[in-house]
Design a protein around this ligand. Structure first.
Ligand SMILES: Cc1cc2nc3c(=O)[nH]c(=O)nc-3n(C[C@H](O)[C@H](O)[C@H](O)COP(=O)(O)OP(=O)(O)OC[C@H]3O[C@@H](n4cnc5c(N)ncnc54)[C@H](O)[C@@H]3O)c2cc1C
Length: 156
């Protein structure tokens, strides 16, 4: 994009993981104009589908995949788990297999709330900002819903 070009929108969502996509969905439902900016060439973030064979409907889950009781938000999104696959995530070059951000003892207690405190027009989502299922898909969805509510309320 040229440096002098601009996009006309109410909200720019940075990142198309579960949190960003849910926030964008809820903001569109609230009647706001939304663009989603994603650095990678795919959406989904730490969730990832890989096709199995030629049928695009047949996929395996290679990122976030397991959820269970009390994870109501991701349960509501999920439809048909179909395959099981094993992958050596510790061989991943960037994450080394870690699937969520981790803070040292005391950091959550002392500074956790600051992770979701808006700074001017900037609002923060992401599983690591969630108050339930932090680091999991359900937490990502909760954080996206919360950020969307904050933004919709701020835009009045
Ligand atoms: C191997 C693995 C297994 C997992 N297993 C489970 C599981 O079984 N159950 C479970 O509940 N959870 C699991 N998780 C965790 C779950 O996948 C994550 O908590 C959740 O998907 C995080 O969603 P998010 O939207 O918060 O962040 P992400 O999915 O990380 O999304 C952030 C997005 O923002 C983009 N981005 C970052 N910076 C920028 C920028 N400056 N500009 C534009 N785009 C940017 C990134 O490319 C990414 O697409 C697993 C994760 C991994 C990796």
């Amino acid at each position: 994009m040229a440096a002098d070009s601009h996009l006309d929108t109410d909200v720019a969502v940075v990142g198309a993981g579960l949190a960003g996509l849910v926030a964008a969905r809820d903001l569109v439902r609230a009647g706001l104009g939304v663009i989603v900016l994603e650095a990678r060439d795919r959406v989904g973030g730490r969730t990832l589908n890989e096709p199995v064979g030629a049928d695009p409907e047949q996929v395996v889950e290679l990122g976030g995949q397991w959820f269970g009781p009390t994870q109501h938000r991701v349960s509501a999104l999920a439809r048909r788990p179909e395959r099981y696959v094993e992958k050596v995530w510790s061989e991943e070059p960037y994450s080394g297999g870690g699937y969520a951000g981790y803070m040292p003892p005391g950091a959550w207690t002392d500074h956790g709330a600051a992770l979701r405190a808006a700074i001017g027009p900037l609002h923060w989502a992401g599983s690591e900002t969630a108050t339930i299922w932090n680091g999991y898909m359900d937490g990502a969805i909760q954080s996206g819903q919360r950020a969307a509510r904050e933004v919709a309320s701020a835009l009045g």
